[in-house]
Write a protein that binds this ligand. Sequence first.
Ligand SMILES: *[C@@H]1O[C@H](CO)[C@@H](O)[C@H](O)[C@H]1NC(C)=O
Ligand SMILES: *[C@@H]1O[C@H](CO)[C@@H](O)[C@H](O)[C@H]1NC(C)=O
Ligand SMILES: *[C@@H]1O[C@H](CO)[C@@H](O)[C@H](O)[C@H]1NC(C)=O
Length: 620
Amino acid sequence: MHLISQLCFLLCAAALGNAVVLRPRDPVKYQLKTPPLDTPWTDKVGRSPWPQYPRPQLRRDVWNSLNGIWTYQAAAGAGDVEKSPPLLPYAEEVLIPSCIEGGISGLQKWGVTHMWFGTYFEIPQEWNSNERILLNFEAVDYEATVFVNNVRLGRNTGGYFRFTFDITDQVKRGQLNSLKVFVFDPTDDQSIPQGKQTKRLSHIFYTPCSGIWQTVWLESVPKNHITSVDISGGMDGQLNITVHSNTRQPTQVKVEIHGLESEYATQRWGFESDQLAKISVPGVKLWSPDSPKLYNITVKMGDDLVQTYTGFRTIKSEVVNGVRRPILNGKFLFQFGPLDQGYWPDGIHLPPTHEAMVWDLELIKGLGMNMVRKHIKIEPDLFYEACDRLGLLVIQDMVSMRVHTNARPSDAEQAEFERQLEIMVNEHKSYPSIVTWVIYNEGWGQRTDYFPEFKIVDRIRVLDPSRLIDAVTGWEDHGTGDFLDNHHYADPQCGTPYYSRLSSPYDQSRIGFQGEFGGLGHRPEDKHLWPVEGAVRTINETYEIHANTDSYNWRAHVLLDLLKQQIERYACSGAVYTQTTDVEGEVNGLVTYDRRFVRVDTQQWRTDIQALYSAAAGRA
Ligand SMILES: *[C@@H]1O[C@H](CO)[C@@H](O)[C@H](O)[C@H]1NC(C)=O
Ligand SMILES: *[C@@H]1O[C@H](CO)[C@@H](O)[C@H](O)[C@H]1NC(C)=O
Ligand SMILES: *[C@@H]1O[C@H](CO)[C@@H](O)[C@H](O)[C@H]1NC(C)=O
């Protein structure tokens, strides 16, 4: 593909059969732009990034990545998309996927709201010409309008979700096809789900991400094909499975579950697509952080064959010895893990490589933590697959709307937030590792003229009855959802009868939880700092700063011991330590932003974290 895009400059006019005048200029060549701070993986990105199959829960053999060198140029404005798309190549080469603000993109540009991306692609000759061709985007931030051979296919809104076009009728086999994407990103200009992204940097809000920041790919599918598989396995071996098809007509499907115990090995079932099937699977081992057992599953519908997987586990809320608890597989399991922002100095929203992404998760797991709170960001699907495989519970936040303005979201913006929240739940509800959905964080983008979280909680219970809901983590709690979730720095106040401004005392009807605490800071050597003036200036806003890591680790021990006492005495059922890594001006990570300096005393943290689980076991 990459050779094609380079040669295309010479050939494509002819190949496309258009009376196109060749552009006189070559695009500016791609070069990794030196980011303000790099990671051990920055120079491993290469020119074919993220080669992994991007959709772990619906795998097919026939696919082709379009990741690589494309071209980019800023657009004049919103009106550009209504005209015919400009000719390729665009002005500068760009590496896809990437955020244009990150060094990996080769652009490292700020403040562009309207932009064009383009490339050429071919359909592999060996692909069955009777099949349909799908073009998949794993995520484009924020709004994408897509053209194949200058035919407009449609527009997608929302910076964190997959979208797909059937391009069979637009592509020409055996020829080069053009792909052009117009991207609009109104970060900060409207209330949209944007999480920590901002153009007005502050201590806790960071560099924005714009553009095609996850994998783009093609696949070949039979005319009637599977579009998604919703799957949920319980501790009793019950499996709820809905195989969705593009026709939405009930069609016979065959399902095989592999790797079952001894005499069962592989079991087969037949039922109809597009409706819920409930099957009972014998001899299953349960999924848990200590034993993250997964089962591969094959689903066949007519000529279509896909691979997926599941784990069997049940999460619910129950009273144990007089205290309401989160229950995993029938037992109270204390949940402990970090606030995980998922930011990278070289890729911003996109980890430089898959290995880099998993490195963060292995650091967490290696400290004996059993959970990660994915903070107001949604990751590539391979992140959740890694959590399933490693055994890390995931608390998944909805991406919050902008907060640095007093204007609350309008009714239309609120409706769009709720639409995207439903997509988040539907796209991710088959990952066994995800145990909780969070709707609002600290009142950010939360309307309080009425309390929309009541209606949203009811809606999520319909979409996904198999998980817990944390309606509000921190502050604007009005009494709905499964948790009473306090934020307090640096000391935890978890399930305690005492409380501080903006929080409330423990309420026995819900699970007592510490959604954030800690945030202990330590200014690292300059070589590990994000050397951007606006960020460095804010370092002193860190709740507590330690002059050395000895002091940092001693205080961490004190805080973890305090948390342990709250587990012993009160109703503390889980806690989130801020945070996995430093991010820009925040110097409070287990590891620095460049992932090169680990602050934590691993042995001591492991011991202190084990003590939390032991204290919780003493209450069960
Ligand atoms: C399957 O669906 C039923 C509702 O039809 C629900 O009660 C049950 O908890 C679900 N089981 C799993 C494992 O999700
Ligand atoms: C399940 O499938 C994945 C992906 O193809 C493969 O890597 C893994 O080894 C399989 N697991 C088992 C237990 O067969
Ligand atoms: C942060 O505080 C320390 C101690 O008061 C001071 O020496 C330093 O100059 C401050 N840094 C900034 C950037 O304000």
